[in-house]
Design a protein around this ligand. Structure first.
Ligand code: PMP
Length: 398
């Protein structure tokens, strides 16, 4: 059966983790991952999550199946986070939310549903983008292209090129957009730019698929959802994938959601019925634990306040690491301006280090980064930041 099966290429980031695990140097640092670590280098279990889990354990509920679309309370809570507490769009029944297996699962359910609607549509992702976007939409049967996004010379978005590209796409093309904390570049659109994107999406009849994996990691829960609120005000139909992996530090529980915004309540009912068919023939219904924990936290005012504090703590620590890294690189004698690291948003920085410099950081210093020069700021801490700054200084000097 398996004689013709070839070895698949290694996932670039998971492959990096394997190499890191095998490295025996005590001072090694893994900046390749997309995970938030606290100052002790540990993935935090949020106190709000712990309390919600303890409550659930005490209740010891039976483990029946969930509905195909997941828990109602969870899906409602997701809609409130995305569109705010008093959303006209939600009140009008225009949003259909299903509980998905992380942001990845949400993207895949959305991609599978879209492929049933129009398998010939082309999907466009940002250049560059999260490496799984392309693979995921291709696996769903789409041809995937890129729209211009990052401009290495300004370390920002090449917005005119992006807009020009969007203006050239055929009606029905699917545009994957990062709501905030762009992965891997950390460069986000301004709200004025978002409005222009929305205008082109409307005039060209494009389909927006907004991916929000980092709500709360740029400026805050409400502020980071501002692009979605513009979409909501536009009256357009669109897709949103969202994830609690990062914001609740629940990576392994696989808690995310797909929200499809339609024209009206009647359309929503038809769409939900078809999205449920996609799910039913894939994993049938989502697991219970993560969604219940998130819904419990979001619906209890005390736990919610606790969570918001903890999320702000993660956001602030990443910001601190950004400023300290810039200061320490300068202190290590580098004259090149690294202040762009402070402007970038979310977990990552596109450092501008070349693949060769990244390789050298690994070989000479045991510091692992993605070959594109992407580093995860949330993997820095008070113990390793000096070594990282010095390593960057030394590979730049060579
Ligand atoms: N989209 C983007 C842009 C991401 O960076 C990630 C996570 N790295 C995801 C989606 C998927 O998140 P999850 O782990 O919840 O599947």
């Amino acid at each position: 059966i398996f004689a013709a099966v070839e070895m698949a290429p290694r996932d670039p980031i998971l492959g990096l983790n394997e190499a890191f695990q095998a490295d025996t140097r005590a001072e090694k640092v893994n900046l390749g991952v997309g995970v938030y670590y606290d100052d002790n280098g540990k993935i935090p279990l949020l106190a709000a999550v712990k309390i919600a889990e303890e409550q659930r354990q005490k209740l010891a509920p039976p483990r029946g199946y969930q509905p195909i679309e997941g828990a109602v309370a969870y899906n409602k809570a997701v809609q409130t986070l995305l569109f705010g507490a008093n959303s006209a769009l939600v009140d009008a029944g225009r949003a259909v939310t299903i509980e998905a297996l992380g942001g990845t699962g949400a993207l895949r359910v959305g991609a599978d549903f879209l492929n049933r609607l129009d398998p010939k549509a082309k999907v466009y992702i940002s250049d560059p983008s999260w490496e799984n976007h392309r693979a995921l939409f291709e696996a769903a049967g789409f041809e995937v292209g890129t729209y211009p996004y990052y401009d290495a010379s300004t370390r920002g978005v090449n917005f005119s090129a992006m807009l020009e590209a969007l203006n050239s796409y055929a009606a029905g093309s699917i545009i994957v957009l990062h709501a905030c904390c762009h992965n891997p570049t950390g460069a986000d659109l301004t709200l004025a730019q978002w409005q222009q994107v929305i205008d082109v999406i409307r005039s060209r009849n494009l389909v927006a698929f907004v991916d929000m994996a980092y709500q709360g990691f740029a400026d805050g829960i409400e502020a980071d959802a501002a692009p979605l609120r513009l979409f909501a005000d536009s009256g357009l139909e669109f897709f949103v994938s969202s994830s609690f992996s990062k914001s609740f530090s629940l990576y392994g529980e696989r808690v995310g959601a797909l929200t499809v915004v339609t024209a009206d309540r009647e359309t929503s009912a038809r769409v939900l019925s078809q999205v449920k068919r996609v799910i039913r023939t894939n994993y049938s219904n989502p697991p219970t634990h993560g969604g219940i924990v998130v819904a419990t936290v979001l619906s209890d005012p005390n736990l919610r306040a606790q969570w918001e504090d903890e999320l702000a703590g993660m956001r602030d620590r990443i910001r601190l690491m950004r400023t300290q890294l810039v200061e320490r690189i300068a202190a290590a004698g580098v004259t090149r301006d690294f202040s762009f690291v402070i402007q970038q948003r979310g977990m990552f920085s596109f450092t501008g280090l070349t693949a060769a410099q990244v390789e050298q950081m690994k070989d000479a210093h045991g510091i692992y980064a993605v070959s594109t020069g992407r580093i995860c700021l949330a993997a820095l801490n008070s113990r390793n930041i000096d070594a990282v700054a010095k390593a960057i200084a030394s590979v730049i000097a060579n």
